[in-house]
Design a protein around this ligand. Structure first.
Ligand SMILES: Cc1cc2nc3c(=O)[nH]c(=O)nc-3n(C[C@H](O)[C@H](O)[C@H](O)COP(=O)(O)OP(=O)(O)OC[C@H]3O[C@@H](n4cnc5c(N)ncnc54)[C@H](O)[C@@H]3O)c2cc1C
Ligand SMILES: *[C@@H]1O[C@H](CO)[C@@H](O)[C@H](O)[C@H]1NC(C)=O
Ligand SMILES: *[C@@H]1O[C@H](CO)[C@@H](O)[C@H](O)[C@H]1NC(C)=O
Ligand SMILES: *[C@@H]1O[C@H](CO)[C@@H](O)[C@H](O)[C@H]1NC(C)=O
Length: 571
């Protein structure tokens, strides 16, 4: 070896050894860089401490108030229950706090004339099809020891290997079975009413310091003692001293609180709390409208009638049946089909500014036959329609239309010095995206896991004026900044895709040509992923929130994407 090196002239040896050094150096650098991205862009590193007792031991003596008792509120309350001596979930829909709120049996009542009432009056999409990526499964498993057992009581197949049967523009993007050696990550697959009621039951079972209060959070009182100047973590922001709760009888009471979490979804209630006539505040908010329409069609099925359906792997074994996501250059229709608990089958027929509103199996069949993709809708989908018709499934079917409200992004992270330091917001109260990729509930789980990470390493400070322990002044800032770097990519990606349809109304000041580069990259990335298990794995993992989004823009993948783009000449 040494004689070989002596034989190489120095003008070649020096650059060679520089490259060798660079490679040796870049290995650890790229590992370091990726670890940093995992911490910044995902909540994976918060899983280990999630739901565990405080590292410090004793819970913080005081109350955390969670406004809103839906998915984000329940997950947030679970996290707070490990850290505060008392947690209140304030929710105006009183029935959710009764036995009725703990089981989804109400959902299974028969539909009349194709309609089923939505008992959840403040959650429009309660009866729409929902799915949840593997990150949600991982978080629930850490939060609740009885999660899997309780989920299997709803449906023995409630937890399954996560294969979303994704067909992008018609092409089947298979899950990375090679990468996972045949065993895909698990996910929870039950209807939204079943998920929400399961979550409520798990909170009741596991968190004895959580109280369910029927009421509405209407405002806040700021600490007259001012910020904790001169103390550890001192800042300049105001601190919430108490939370105003209005009971269903209309009586308002002030509840002293150390933390207030806005989990009020599209009510965006905190925008009202932080702005007073004396101190008006306008929190920046981006809004755009993809004009999405969704019809969720739900059928009760007899499995025996589906034996003739040629679904790969067998219909009886399937969990997700089909997901068609269109390429905006040729189609605006969406078709999502999931098997659900108690032998129900859910279809979503929807799309961007779409007039079609199926009201029968025949309508669904014609919707499917109109879909334009590189590959057509597979035969087994039409065999399913046949089986539904043969068993007269329309007699008990329901068809629920939803015109989706516009998407919004409330930028609390840009006004951190103007909002109370112990106010946070999780779930749709911060960010509501186009639900086409079913990310809303996992986004809420990421918010809750982020809160857990912040609370595990944050110790209360002693506030001398009030002689009590409070959260440090940096609390809200730490939370919102961390949460934002993990959820804003979801907004950026779905918005860029929605801008591909010319019917989308963009954010004020933006144009539909914005995001063209993201769309170009995404199309070519998919083209590469179709033929590569490792690139497919990067796409799958980041879409499932179990890897940072930067995994699909590594130099190696970016080169393949650029090459694919040049080949099809769409550069
Ligand atoms: C058609 C459709 C399909 C969807 N599909 C999926 C999917 O497949 N997968 C997925 O993950 N997500 C999906 N989503 C998104 C998902 O439903 C939301 O992200 C999720 O419901 C957000 O939960 P949340 O708790 O933040 O808000 P919400 O569920 O909207 O709940 C807010 C709660 O706050 C309460 N509230 C309101 N004001 C107050 C107040 N002042 N005080 C106290 N309480 C208050 C309300 O009563 C309600 O219970 C879909 C959305 C739509 C519209
Ligand atoms: C105590 O409260 C007064 C106002 O009541 C305020 O000016 C002062 O900064 C506070 N001191 C601390 C340490 O919070
Ligand atoms: C369903 O799965 C089981 C076990 O994996 C397998 O034995 C069976 O053949 C499958 N059914 C069909 C119809 O393929
Ligand atoms: C739904 O399925 C579960 C689990 O299989 C079962 O315990 C429950 O009784 C069923 N409910 C109805 C209304 O059929």
């Amino acid at each position: 070896m040494s004689s070989l090196i002596q034989a190489i002239p120095p003008q070649i040896l020096y650059p060679l050894s520089f490259i060798a050094g660079l490679v040796l150096f870049l290995g650890p650098i790229s590992t370091w860089y990726r670890n940093k991205k995992v911490t910044e862009l995902t909540a994976l590193n918060d899983l280990a401490d999630l739901g565990k007792p405080r590292i410090e031991g004793k819970r913080i003596d005081g109350t955390a108030v969670v406004a809103g008792g839906s998915v984000a509120g329940l997950l947030t309350a679970r996290v707070c229950s490990a850290h505060f001596s008392r947690v209140l979930i304030v929710e105006p829909e009183g029935w959710t706090a009764t036995a009725e709120g703990l089981s989804d049996e109400a959902r299974l009542s028969k539909a009349e004339n194709g309609k089923k009432p939505n008992i959840r009056t403040r959650v429009q999409q309660y009866t729409s099809l929902h799915s949840y990526q593997p990150f949600t499964y991982l978080a629930l498993k850490e939060m609740f020891p009885d999660f899997e057992a309780e989920a299997r009581k709803i449906d023995p197949a409630a937890i399954a290997p996560c294969d979303f049967q994704v067909h992008l523009g018609g092409r089947h993007l298979r899950p990375p079975l090679g990468f996972y050696k045949g065993t895909l990550p698990k996910f929870l697959t039950v209807s939204r009413p079943a998920y929400e009621t399961l979550l409520r039951k798990l909170v009741k079972n596991n968190c004895d310091n959580v109280e369910f209060v029927t009421g509405t959070v209407t405002g806040i009182n700021i600490d007259v003692d001012g910020p904790s100047q001169g103390l550890e973590g001192a800042g300049t922001g105001d601190r919430i001293q108490s939370v105003v709760i209005r009971s269903k009888e209309g009586v308002e009471t002030a509840e002293p609180a150390l933390l207030l979490a806005d989990c009020t979804g599209p009510s965006l209630a905190a925008l009202k709390w932080v702005s007073t006539p004396a101190k008006p505040l306008k929190v920046p908010k981006d809004v755009y409208d993809p004009k999405m329409y969704y019809t969720t069609c739900e059928y009760n099925i007899e499995p025996a009638k589906f034996e003739k359906v040629h679904f790969p792997g067998g219909f009886a074994n399937a969990s997700v049946i089909y997901n068609f996501l269109p390429d905006s250059r040729m189609e605006r229709r969406v078709l999502l089909v999931f098997k659900r608990e108690n032998n129900t089958l859910q279809f979503v027929c929807g799309g961007w500014d779409l007039a079609a509103r199926p009201k029968s199996i025949a309508d669904v069949r014609s919707f499917m036959s109109q879909i334009k993709g590189v590959d057509p809708v597979p035969d087994y989908m039409f065999q399913i329609a046949d089986a539904l018709e043969a068993s007269n499934a329309d007699a008990t079917a329901s068809y629920t239309d939803v015109k989706l409200p516009p998407c919004h992004f409330v930028k609390y992270h840009q006004v951190l010095d103007k909002i109370p330091t112990n106010l946070i917001a999780v779930g749709d109260a911060v960010l509501r995206v186009n639900p086409i990729r079913g990310q809303g509930c996992t986004k809420a789980a990421i918010g809750a896991a982020t809160l857990s990470g912040v609370l595990q390493y944050c110790n209360p400070v002693f506030h001398s004026n009030s002689s009590r322990e409070v959260l440090p002044d940096q609390f809200g800032k730490m939370f919102f900044e961390r949460q934002n770097s993990r959820i804003q990519p979801v907004w950026d990606q779905t918005k860029a895709e929605d801008y591909g349809w010319d019917t989308t109304t963009p954010v004020e000041g933006e144009s539909l040509t914005d995001g063209a580069w993201v769309r170009w990259y995404t199309w070519n990335l998919i083209a590469v992923a179709l033929n590569s298990d490792s690139v497919g794995a990067a796409v799958y993992n980041s879409a499932m929130f179990i890897a940072p989004g930067t995994d699909v823009t590594t130099p190696g993948i970016a080169l393949q994407v650029a090459w694919a783009g040049i080949k099809v000449g769409s550069l």
